[in-house]
Design a binder for this molecule. Structure first.
Ligand code: KIV
Ligand code: ZN
Length: 385
């Protein structure tokens, strides 16, 4: 099976989101955990953006050995020089240069004509190539760019030495079909495309980042840019855990592998959430507190007989010990009895009948019943461990 490289940008695009900034020490903790998770590339920051970012990227580049470390740079000589100073001590340095190619960004943000953007892209990739063996080129706002112009820029960037071509859905506007079609178009209209790895980078403004990313993998993309817990600008970037697990669980569909150590996912998610002070919603796919929790009696009964009735993957896949049977007003006797036994209270059929009534009454009053609630109920009824 072909390999898809996982490029984590939690420390760059993720850290840009409001309230998520990290200090140097916290960035290092995240980078070392990402290395344990076995991501292929860590985008550690934007070295020219601030002295702090420069310091953090330099330190991470020195410390991390198991993943490629990269940093962002505009298509500006000074940015590329600064990135080189930060990254020159890594084993296989990579720089990520970007410039926007959409009409709106070129006219209003850059105030440059398309030919000037093309020339700047070529000059910058060529300049970066003097230092870096790996040069990633991003056409910012690629999804709102003219396809023929985009193909011209990509062809020229590869000629100038780009080894990775990233085509971001910067504003999270595309549908999965459109995003996949853009890559198909580029593969068909860029004669030297086989000399570079194609990369996707999806934002989640319309909630389609995961679908768009997976569609692009089916269209030949072999690097996925993502962040832990989907942190990032506005509605965030595509979530690493969703892509990593989807490519694994649906490997017969996508027919690719990653190097990720999936059982490090939960730990990485918890660390990023805590350090960025960014709580993970309960119902978040893969890492939310309810992702492996079952409350409805019918579901609990099914799961207790065979987990696969309502679970498409085991919680241990992402490093969780067990799934959770949540006791609430929808729960059934089977789950109730099992939880009692887990707490050391072994109930006869008759005792289950008695206690279950009291439990249902309590569940009507409370949203979720904790182990302590159950223990006090058993104590009141004289059923002790
Ligand atoms: O969303 C985007 O376009 C980016 C680029 C800098 C790659 O983050
Ligand atoms: Zn982005």
């Amino acid at each position: 099976m072909e390999k898809v490289e996982i490029y984590d940008t939690t420390l760059r695009d993720g850290e840009q989101s409001p309230g998520c900034s990290l200090n140097d020490d916290e960035k290092m903790k995240v980078a070392l955990q990402l290395e344990r998770l076995c991501v292929d590339v860590i985008e550690a920051g934007f070295p020219a953006s601030s002295p702090d970012d420069f310091k953090a990227v330099t330190a991470i580049a020195r410390a991390v050995k198991g993943s490629t470390v990269t940093g962002l740079a505009r298509c500006v000589k000074g940015d590329i020089d600064t990135a080189w100073q930060a990254l020159k001590n890594t084993e296989n340095p990579r720089v990520h240069v970007f410039i926007a190619t959409s009409p709106i960004h070129m006219a209003y943000k850059l105030r440059m004509k398309p030919e000037e953007v093309l020339e700047r892209a070529v000059q910058s990739v060529g300049y970066a190539k003097k230092f870096f063996p790996q040069v990633e080129f991003s056409a910012e706002d690629a999804t709102r760019s003219d396809p023929a112009f985009l193909a011209k820029v990509v062809t020229s960037a590869i000629k100038a030495g780009a080894t990775v071509i990233n085509l971001p859905d910067t504003v999270g506007y595309d549908t999965p079909w459109e995003y996949a079609d853009m890559f198909t178009y580029i593969r068909e209209h860029v004669p030297n495309i086989d000399r570079a790895r194609l990369s996707c980078h999806c934002h989640n403004d319309l909630g389609m980042a995961t679908a768009n990313t997976l569609a692009s993998v089916q269209a030949g993309v072999r690097q996925v840019e993502c962040t832990m817990n989907g942190v990032g600008e506005r509605a965030g970037n595509v979530a690493l855990e969703e892509i990593g697990v989807a490519l694994h669980v649906r490997r017969d569909t996508y027919k690719v592998t990653t190097r990720l150590k999936l059982d490090e996912i939960k730990q990485t998610s918890d660390l990023v959430s805590r350090l960025m002070n960014s709580p993970v919603p309960k119902n978040k796919a893969i890492v939310g507190a309810n992702a492996f929790a079952h409350e409805a009696g019918i579901h609990q009964d099914g799961v207790l007989k065979n987990r696969e009735t309502y679970e498409i993957m085991s919680p241990s896949l992402i490093g969780l010990d067990t799934g959770r049977l949540v006791l609430g007003k929808h729960s059934g006797r089977h789950a109730f009895r099992m939880r009692a036994a887990d707490l050391g209270v072994h109930l006869s059929d008759e005792q289950v009948d008695q206690s279950f009534k009291a439990f249902k009454k309590m569940a009507d009053e409370k949203k979720e019943i904790t182990d302590n609630d159950l223990l006090s109920l058993f104590a009141k009824e004289g059923k002790t461990t």
